[in-house]
Design a binder for this molecule. Structure first.
Ligand code: MLT
Length: 231
């Protein structure tokens, strides 16, 4: 049964694509007649569905936005996308369950809001980047590509999916106290093994985001969407 907007299983925001003038779209690398991108925004621990909307506008102001709020409440108050046992130690059963639940939500939302599931790009930060990486590994049909800020290895599936058609931009902090260099590198290597076209951009920063890397993500997206294999 097709779910209506009000039946959808996550608290969320949906922002329709902006019909910006064609000369401006062309400047952004979009071509006439192409389908709009939908960003799946996935916030960090303690965030909500509003947090990453300004960031998404910086990356591509014409894209539609689907932004759910994580359902797991740490200590009863802090929203996350899946349970953890300690900092960086994940409850893998919950992670798998939550990954599938989120993937089903995106699928249902694509019907309710009529966006194309073939053009969904995850934009995740920290805990949100980790569930985005988990979705790439467990439910790759939901995402065409992903921008992962401060991600670590969420899990290693028994059988690696074939991600040869996916494009992934990772951005990690050289001084990140939460995600070590090795951990970010481990995810990069794992995603490479799946065949994904993944790039890892290192920032002179900690766990916090910088404008510089948002600009880099924007450039990466422009380059990627201008390739004919995308839209
Ligand atoms: C996580 O739990 O997903 C990571 O440790 C990042 C964080 O949310 O602190």
């Amino acid at each position: 049964m097709v779910k209506t907007k009000t039946d959808l299983s996550f608290i969320h925001r949906f922002v329709p694509p902006k019909d910006i003038p064609s000369d401006e779209r062309a400047k952004q690398g979009a071509t006439e007649g192409k389908t709009f991108t939908t960003f799946l925004l996935l916030h960090g621990t303690g965030g909500n569905e509003e947090d990453l909307i300004p960031l998404a506008h910086e990356i591509d102001k014409s894209a539609a936005i689907l932004s759910p709020r994580g359902k797991v409440l740490e200590n009863g108050i802090t929203p996350r996308f899946f349970r953890r046992l300690a900092e960086g130690v994940f409850d893998l059963e919950d992670l798998k369950f939550r990954t599938n639940e989120l993937a089903d939500f995106v699928n249902d939302a694509s019907k309710a809001y009529e966006f194309d599931l073939q053009h969904v790009i995850a934009v995740g930060y920290s805990n949100g980047a980790n569930i985005a990486a988990s979705m790439l590994l467990l439910r790759p049909e939901i995402l065409s590509s992903a921008i992962l800020f401060r991600a670590m290895v969420p899990l290693v599936p028994e059988i690696l999916p074939d991600l040869t058609r996916k494009h992934i931009f990772m951005s990690s902090g050289l001084m990140d106290p939460i995600v070590s260099l090795d951990e970010a590198d481990r995810l990069f290597v794992l995603l490479k093994e799946t065949g994904a076209k993944v790039s890892l951009s290192w920032q002179e920063s900690g766990h916090e985001l910088t404008m510089e890397e948002v600009r880099k993500a924007r450039e990466w997206l422009l380059q990627y969407t201008s390739q004919s294999s995308f839209l």
